[in-house]
Every structure is written in structure tokens, then in C-alpha cells.
Ligand binder design. Structure first.
Ligand code: SAM
Length: 277
């Protein structure tokens, strides 16, 4: 598998498990003229493990704008370059956007390789709707700014996907309770592809209780997924009504409505009123 001269390759690297690099990624890293890496020391370990000897240049968030022109000159002179970040897919909460944008403007070919991305891995196994999702990257670090940012998503019906730092997870869950209410369903996908991979799933207040009680859940890397706001229902789906009928035979109507609402992403109030009709 050879690389094409004058091409920038966007190459994802593993987010934990080294087995998650593709054959095409390895071949590309071996065959390009240069690898532009976010942190050459960090990526050096991976490249050594893969037997890749290609030279590296450092391109990170603090120098990527200045480096873009030089890289484009190299590409226009026929060199092929692979862009990698510390982990996962470059540009996804990682450096690379100014370079790719500049390449497009200059008519330089940009080729993406598919591969590891924490947001997509988390979403694929979270059990929340995936038909529409909004990737919102990292929330602001300060609590007030975080609450303001969450408020912008208050009425968003698509599933919300955030990256979060472990030291902020409790504050963020509290902010979600404040903005979206205690019943909004969330999933925390932690340490994906690694030994201690865990998924916590439930109402945000339940998950907050679990994370508070278990300090291990406050460590490592995590993706936070939040169910979208309930859609304005134009009629409750038949399966939801069936489940509601089954549950109301065994449980208090409010509880039954809450369970069905969380399962089908519907309004608990509306379901509750349905049990009374
Ligand atoms: N470009 C990367 C990608 O494609 O996923 C993301 C880079 S961003 C700087 C790092 C954040 O991604 C972490 O703080 C965490 O939120 C998430 N992340 C990366 N690896 C992860 C993993 N193994 N498990 C859970 N989240 C992860």
C-alpha cells in the first residue's frame, strides 16, 4: 500500500488498546515522508511499537497555525504527510483543523483514514439514541460557564456527547441536574478499550450518586453522553403504551410513567396523564 505524493493523511491512533490501529494506518505511517504529531515523545512510543521509523515533526495546538504554511509548502512540493494526535482521531477535540482548512483552501488533497474515536466508541455502546447526536467536545472548566453552556442545549432533542476530565465529572453531573433536571438519562463511558472500561447508565441523579460513592469512577478518561430532551410527542408509540399498561398493573402509575418515559425518551407527565385517562 503506497501513499500518494502531495497528500495529507489524517490517521487515527488507539485510545487505549494498541490493537485498535488499522493495517492501513500502520502502512500509511510507514510510507509517508513525514508524520506531523501533537507530541513527538508520546507518539514515539507508539511508532516504535509499530516498527515505524518515519521522521516526525511537532504540530500542536500552540504552533499549528504558524506551521500550516510550511507543511503546505512541503505537500505542494510533493511530500506526503500523516497527521496524528496523542490518541484517537485528529481534529476531534485535538489539533489539526487550521491545517486541514488551509489544505482545502490551497487545493491540497486530504485523505481521512477511519479509526478510533472515543466519542463514537462510547455512543455505539451507550444504549442511547444514535439517529441524531450532537458532539459538543469539552464543556468550559468554570462551573458558571459550564451551566451557561449546558443551558444552550436545554431543548436539544439529539443525544449530547461530551468529553470530560475526571476531576470535573462530579461538578458537571451536578450542573446537568441543575439544568436538565434529576431524571435526564446519562451514560458515562470510562476507560474505553482499556482494562477498567466501565459504563455507568441511569438517571443523572442515580449516576451522580454512583460516581460520588466510588472514587474509581472519578479517575481515567471519560465520555459523558446525555439523552436529548424528550421530543414533543405527536402520539405515544404503541410499544410504549403496551409497556405502560403492563407496568401500571404492577406499579404506581407515576413510577410506571417514569420508567417508560426514560426508556422511550418521552415526557413522564404525558405518560402519567395517559394512565389516568
Ligand atoms: N481525538 C480523540 C478522539 O478521537 O477521541 C479525543 C482527544 S481529547 C484531547 C481527549 C478526551 O477524549 C479525554 O479527555 C476523554 O474525554 C476522551 N477519551 C479519550 N480516550 C478515551 C478513552 N479510552 N475512554 C474514554 N474517553 C476517552
Amino acid at each position: 500500500m503506497s501513499t500518494t505524493p502531495g497528500t495529507l493523511y489524517i490517521v487515527p491512533t488507539p485510545i487505549g488498546n494498541l490493537g485498535d490501529i488499522t493495517l492501513r494506518a500502520i502502512e500509511t505511517l510507514k510510507n509517508v515522508d513525514v508524520i506531523a504529531a501533537e507530541d513527538t515523545r508520546h507518539s514515539g512510543v507508539l511508532l516504535q511499537h509499530l516498527g515505524v521509523q518515519t521522521r516526525m515533526w511537532s504540530v500542536h495546538e500552540h504552533n499549528e497555525r504558524e506551521k500550516a504554511d510550511g507543511l503546505i509548502e512541503q505537500l505542494q512540493s510533493g511530500k506526503s504527510i500523516a497527521l496524528i494526535s496523542d490518541a484517537g482521531t485528529p481534529l476531534i477535540s485535538d489539533p489539526g483543523y487550521p491545517l486541514v482548512n488551509a489544505c482545502r483552501a490551497a487545493g491540497v488533497r486530504v485523505v481521512p483514514l477511519p479509526g478510533a474515536c472515543a466519542a463514537i466508541a462510547a455512543l455505539s455502546a451507550a444504549g442511547l439514541p444514535t439517529d441524531r447526536f450532537l458532539f459538543a467536545g469539552f464543556l468550559p472548566a468554570k462551573q458558571q460557564a459550564r451551566v451557561t453552556a449546558l443551558k444552550q442545549h436545554q431543548n436539544e432533542t439529539a443525544t449530547l456527547v461530551f468529553y470530560e476530565a475526571p476531576r470535573r465529572i462530579l461538578d458537571t453531573l451536578e450542573a446537568i441536574v441543575e439544568v436538565f433536571g434529576p431524571d435526564r438519562r446519562v451514560v458515562i463511558a470510562r476507560e474505553l478499550t482499556k482494562q477498567f472500561e466501565t459504563f455507568l447508565n441511569g438517571s443523572v441523579s442515580d449516576v451522580l450518586t454512583q460516581v460520588t460513592a466510588d472514587t474509581n469512577q472519578q479517575r481515567g478518561e471519560m465520555v459523558l453522553i446525555v439523552a436529548g430532551a424528550p421530543r414533543q410527542s405527536q402520539g405515544i408509540p404503541a410499544e410504549a403504551l403496551q409497556l405502560l399498561a403492563l407496568l401500571t398493573a404492577e406499579l404506581p402509575p407515576k413510577k410506571a410513567a417514569k420508567i417508560v418515559a426514560s426508556h422511550y425518551n418521552l415526557r413522564a407527565n404525558e405518560l402519567y396523564h395517559h394512565t389516568l385517562s
